[in-house]
Design a binder for this molecule. Sequence first.
Ligand code: NDP
Length: 282
Amino acid sequence: MIVLTNEIVQLNNGVQIPAVGYGTFRVKDSDELAEKVTLAIKEGYRHIDTAHIYGNEESVGRGIKKAIDEGIVTRDELFVTSKVWNNGLTYDETLAAYEESLQKLGLDYLDLYIIHWPGQDDRYIEVYKALEELYNNKRVRTIGVSNFHVHHLEKLLEQATIVPAINQIEFQPRLTQVEVREFCKKHGIQVEAWSPLMNGEILNDPTLIEIANQHNKSTAQIILKWDLQNDVITIPKSITPSRIRENIDIFDFTLSREDLEKISSLNEDFHYGPDPEVFNFK
Ligand code: NDP
């Protein structure tokens, strides 16, 4: 991973992505979400993560449109990701799903389109082939995957003509995913963390509190910085204005090697969310 500034990462096809993005899972389509997306952009986020299955692409799109209409950003300054809910989708259905996401978001291209889960068979290969067509036709700037373990990536790479730019996986101090991160690094696939804060449920950990006190930062900020210093892009979600601000205010301190090791030693291979080995779109 090449870090061009504190905030920008270059992907394997040269496209740049801001290292901290704004997550939107578990927030319904609503005026509130649209407002929070606009607020996040005002606060400096330039990277927004949604998915077909979240059912909120319309509000995310409205929030983006408002920020553009108000002159806060231009479309090309934003990096927008959505994910295909590839539950048995064929090649053509995947192409149609992309158009549907674009239409809901009110955009004419995405910066990243990813396969949401590998599932329990290899039908993700057909879906990925459709993503390759979208990429080759310049409809999308980068393509990738999510929740792929090493064996999924190996199978995909055997048939892919384009190496995924990103693998978005659960990554938090209790699940450090060493094996898949090493594989991704070797193959030029950028890792991105979902549920980086373990959905808020790891923030009272005593080790994190101790490190946070030393740096005069919150435990959330400590974890997010640990992500970046581990070469992992991160997409914390918050609908609370102070936390939206807090989660991107992580560029004025550095964790020591000892801090990083202490946080990594919290690993228990604990999946807060579903384990891709058993997840089956239910
Ligand atoms: P996070 O780990 O980002 O945690 C979000 C929770 O933490 C919310 O309840 C939020 O509360 C709280 N929170 C956020 N910031 C702070 C803070 N500074 N201090 C205290 N509490 C805080 O969980 P998510 O599961 O939402 O993951 C992040 C994003 O990753 C998702 O939104 C989604 O975009 C993506 N994702 C992708 C998946 C995939 O399969 N590819 C799976 C799951 C998530 P509040 O909002 O009330 O402020």
